[in-house]
Ligand binder design. Structure first.
Ligand SMILES: *Cc1c(COP(=O)(O)O)cnc(C)c1O
Length: 228
C-alpha cells in the first residue's frame, strides 16, 4: 500500500503529464482531494503533504471532520447532492458548493451566507449526458441559470460541474463547449473560471477537454469501504 504522499505525488504527476500533452500549464488544473468515507486522520496526513482543498459528499460526515480538523486551514468543498433543507450548514461552513442545479437552492445559499464571510463559490451542476439517475440541470437550462445566479449577492458563480458516465469523452467536450458559450451571460464574467470535471478514472481525458479542477478520491486515498 502506497503512502498518501506517494499517491498524491503520483496524481500530481499524472496531472502534469496530461497538461503537457494538452499544451497546458500544470498550474491551470487544481487538485481537489475527495475524502468522503475516509477518516479525519487520513485527511490530516494528506494535509501534511501540502494538500489544502478537500471535497466531501455527506453533510454530517463533513461537519464532524471540520470539528476534528479545526486547527488546519482546509478549504472545504461540498460536492454531494444539495438538499433544500440542508442549505444553511452548506452556506455557513463551506468555501465551495459544486452541486447547485436550481435557482431556489442558489437563492437559499445566498441568503444564508453570512455577510461577514467572503462570497460562497458555486459551480452549477449540469447533467451533460442525459443520465436518468444523476442530479444536475439540463444543458438547455444553463444560460438562464448563469444569468440569474451570477446576480445573487453572497455567491460567486465560478463555473460548471459535471459527472459524465465513464469513458464518455464526447460529454467532456460538450461540457467544455457549454462552459465557454455561457460566459458572456455572466454578470461578472471574470468570476467564470472553473470547469469541475474529471475523477480518478477520466482525469487525463478531462484535462484534455479543458478541466480546471479534477476531483480525485480513489487514486489518492484508495478504495472506499462503505461497510464501515
Ligand atoms: C466520489 C466522487 C468523486 C471522486 O471519485 P473517484 O472515482 O474516487 O476519484 C468525484 N466527484 C464526485 C462528485 C464524487 O461524488
Amino acid at each position: 500500500m502506497n503512502s498518501l504522499k506517494e499517491s498524491r505525488n503520483q496524481v500530481l504527476g499524472q496531472i502534469e503529464a496530461a497538461c503537457q500533452q494538452a499544451g497546458r500549464k500544470a498550474e491551470t488544473v487544481q487538485l481537489l482531494a475527495v475524502s468522503k468515507t475516509h477518516p479525519s486522520e487520513a485527511l490530516r496526513e494528506m494535509y501534511a503533504t501540502g494538500q489544502r482543498e478537500f471535497g466531501e459528499n455527506y453533510l454530517q460526515e463533513a461537519l464532524e471532520k471540520m470539528e476534528t480538523l479545526a486547527d488546519l486551514e482546509i478549504e472545504w468543498h461540498f460536492i454531494g447532492h444539495v438538499q433544500r433543507n440542508k442549505t444553511k450548514h452548506l452556506a455557513e461552513k463551506f468555501a465551495w458548493v459544486h452541486g447547485v442545479d436550481r435557482l431556489i437552492i442558489a437563492e437559499r445559499l445566498s441568503s444564508q451566507r453570512l455577510a461577514t464571510q467572503p462570497p460562497l463559490n458555486i459551480c452549477l451542476q449540469v447533467n451533460i449526458d442525459g443520465q436518468d439517475s444523476k442530479d444536475g440541470c439540463q444543458p438547455e437550462e444553463v444560460a438562464e441559470l448563469v444569468q440569474k445566479l451570477s446576480q445573487l449577492p453572497h455567491l460567486r458563480l465560478r463555473g460548471i460541474m459535471v459527472i459524465p458516465a465513464p469513458n464518455n469523452v464526447a460529454a467532456l467536450l460538450d461540457a467544455q463547449k457549454l462552459f465557454e458559450a455561457v460566459k458572456v451571460l455572466h454578470a461578472h464574467p471574470e468570476d467564470w473560471d472553473t470547469l469541475s470535471m474529471g475523477m480518478s478514472g477520466d482525469l487525463e481525458d478531462a484535462i484534455a477537454a479543458g478541466s480546471t479542477m479534477v476531483r480525485i478520491g480513489t487514486a489518492l486515498f484508495g478504495a472506499r469501504d462503505y461497510s464501515k
